[in-house]
Each structure stands twice: as C-alpha cells, then as structure tokens.
Design a binder for this molecule. Structure first.
Ligand SMILES: Cc1cc2nc3c(=O)[nH]c(=O)nc-3n(C[C@H](O)[C@H](O)[C@H](O)COP(=O)(O)O)c2cc1C
Length: 376
C-alpha cells in the first residue's frame, strides 16, 4: 500500500514524498520578475518538507496576465530571478515546478486585495486604470462583474500564443524547474477553448470535442518538443464546468487520454468556473472522485487537490489509489511545515529530514533532544 511519505518518480524526477504545494498566484511581481517574496514564500515550504512545489500561474505573454503583478516568463530576463528560487528549493530537497498560463478573457483585472474581490473574481479594469485588450476563443465576456469583452483570436493569434507557451517552457527549463504544468483550469485559456460554454468558434478550433480540444493538444505537443524528455509535464484540467451543457467528466477523461499520448505525465485534477453561472459544490475532498476516475479510466497519474487539510485524508487518498499525490494550497499558507506535522500525525516523523541548521535540534521525537551542551 502506497504511503504519503513514499517517493514518487515521474520520468527522471523523484519527489521525496507525495505532498505538493498547489500553484498560488502571489500578485507580487514587477514586470513579471520574481523577487525575494517568492524566494522566502516558496523556500519556507521546501524547508517545511514538501516533495513538490509548483510555483504560481506564470504568464507566457504580458497580455495573458490576470493582473499587472503576475509572475512572467515572456522574456529571458525572467530566467535569472527564477533560477535563484529553484536553486534554493533543490538545495532543500523539493522538486521545483512551475505553472504557465494565459488568462484570456479573465485577464486585465486588479489584484484581489486591491479590488476587494476573492481570487478568481477580480473586477475588470477600465482603460484609464491601465486595462489592456484581452484575447479569447470567442468575443464573449466572462460575465458577472467582468464586463470587458475580449477580442476573438485569429488563427495567427492562436499560433502566437502556442509558440509563447513553448518559449516559456524553454525558459522554465533554463531557470532550473524540473516539472512544468500548463494551467488548463480556472476558466483560463485552455478551458476557454475546451469548454463549449466559452468557445463558440466555427473554425477548426470550435465545435465538437476534437475541435475544442485542438488548442490544448497542439499546445501540449509544442511544449513537449522543447521540454526535456527526462522532466515530467503536468496539465491542470477541470473535470467539469459545473454548468448544464458545459464540459463533462466524460470529456475530461477523453482529453486526459489524448494528453497522455502527447507526453503529459500528470493530470492535476480540479473543477472550475469557466463562467459565473457555475454552481460549484465546494467542500472537503469534493474533487477527489474526479481524480480517481481520470486516474483509473485514462491510466495516467493524477493529483488530488481542493479542501484537503488533514494528514489522515491525504494518506487515505494516496493509499486507496485515488491519486498519486496530493496538492495543498491554503493549508500550506497556514502551515509551511504541514508535511512535518503530517509525518508526526501519521507516526512517521523519522521520514522527515530537516535542513542541517535545524536537524541537529529537531530530529527524533519532538522534545527528545535536550538543549544541554549541544547549545554551547
Ligand atoms: C492565494 C491563492 C492563489 C491561487 N493561485 C492559483 C494559481 O496560480 N493557479 C491555479 O491553478 N490555482 C490557483 N489557486 C487554487 C489552488 O491551487 C487550489 O487549487 C485551491 O486553492 C484549492 O486547494 P486548497 O483547498 O488546498 O486551498 C490559488 C489559490 C489560492 C488560495
């Protein structure tokens, strides 16, 4: 039976355990450049024992940003600051991953704590506030408070965005990332194409399943050509739109099969709003059944993510074969040492290795080492 603290090998990369930090936008970059915040924020979670750390959604083109403060990989200037982060994560035993994306019609918003909106519901900016033109499969606004109407992409736009994903992948490799994830969820560009709710194109990129999936399949193919063979490629995918007449779990399984054939090693299974009318039944472990189904029916490794907080829940997901690893977002914000506490709760505290600076004082059972003369 697989244990949460068993290693996991994907291609030539081995995670020390099955616990990952889910990608989380920090809205803290300037001109897309990572900085000390990213080093400390992600570095703390490497020290805290996570096996995999997936850096936030990182824009492949400036126009593909959600906000002006998004992280970026649209130029070679972004490589060096990211390299500083990956070196630190590797030095502390975590595999550095990064998620790359393009917001499409959900771009051009204020950052959440300035617009007072929760993540994913930022207000659309007006031009005088620095708004920019957004591009999407169809010229239809997201809806709700996001009133800005995107321009429908031409086939040249599609090719340009796909090429930008490949360029960003090359830069992610140069920056030292060992796992790359394409952001195919949360109603961003991939979901805008594969969901019938957001895609009303009549050319070869819209219509039936194969046409709606085409943007995704072609982009994955372009990325896999430049992303090294020994490094795993992940795709974050919505298993459903939670909208009648929208993207279905059956289509998600089918897309996962296609992507596996294109060299995707891990499907990061979520479910998400591609439009505001979605009715998402948020709650503990609510996405785990989708992960289990995609893993079983598409025969591909999956993550389980969403409202996972307890060590026993994470252990059961992995042991029962519902996913190959768990990702945590908010629980990791609360507790960067979540893996340490999980190991202790599961009775395997000895499977955590602290950095040398801590190990001497903390290894063994909590409180088992007196300070005594070691402190001198
Ligand atoms: C601050 C914050 C930022 C997020 N940014 C991203 C992101 O960049 N990409 C993404 O796919 N999901 C993002 N998410 C969603 C998380 O990755 C995760 O799927 C979601 O929060 C559910 O997991 P949790 O219940 O463990 O928080 C974000 C979540 C939070 C809380």
């Amino acid at each position: 039976m697989t244990h949460l603290f068993d290693p996991l090998t994907l291609r030539g990369v081995t995670l020390r355990n099955r616990i990952g930090v889910s990608p989380m936008c920090q809205y803290s970059s300037t001109d897309g450049l990572a900085n000390d915040w990213h080093l400390v924020h992600l570095g703390a979670r490497a020290v805290g024992g996570a096996g995999l750390i997936i850096m936030e959604d990182t824009a492949v083109l400036p126009e593909g940003r959600i906000t002006l403060a998004d992280n970026g990989l649209w130029s070679d200037d972004h490589i060096a600051p990211l390299g500083r982060v990956t070196s630190f994560l590797k030095a502390h035993g975590a595999v550095p991953g990064i998620q790359i994306g393009y917001a499409g019609r959900k771009g051009s918003t204020t950052i959440p704590w300035e617009g007072g909106r929760p993540q994913g519901e930022g207000r659309s900016l007006r031009a005088e506030e620095g708004a920019w033109e957004t591009l999407a499969p169809s010229a239809e606004a997201f809806g709700g408070e996001r009133v800005a109407v995107p321009r429908a992409m031409t086939q040249d736009d599609i090719a340009r965005v796909q090429a930008a994903f490949a360029q960003a992948a090359r830069r992610a490799d140069a920056a030292g990332f060992d796992l790359l994830e394409l952001h195919g969820g949360w109603g961003y560009i991939f979901q805008q194409f594969y969901s019938p709710v957001a895609n009303h194109r009549t050319d070869g990129y819209g219509g039936g399943f194969a046409q709606r999936a085409r943007f995704t399949v072609e982009t994955v193919r372009a990325v896999r050509q430049v992303w090294p063979d020994r490094k795993p490629l992940a795709f974050r995918m919505a298993a459903t739109d939670w909208i009648d007449g929208g993207w279905t779990p059956e289509e998600a399984v089918e897309l996962a099969r296609l992507l596996k054939g294109e060299g995707v090693d891990l499907v990061d299974v979520i479910s998400a709003a591609v439009a505001p009318q979605a009715r998402v039944p948020w709650g503990p472990l609510f996405q785990v059944p989708f992960s289990e189904r995609i893993r079983r029916e598409a025969g591909v490794a999956t993550t389980a993510v969403g409202f996972i907080t307890e060590a026993s829940e994470a252990q059961a997901i992995v042991a029962d074969g519902k996913a190959d690893l768990v990702l945590l977002a908010r629980a990791m914000l609360r507790d960067p040492h979540w893996p340490v506490h999980a190991a202790e709760a599961l009775g395997v505290g000895d499977r955590i290795t602290f950095p040398n600076q801590y190990e001497h004082w903390l290894s063994g059972r909590p409180g088992s080492r007196p300070l005594g003369d070691r402190h001198a």
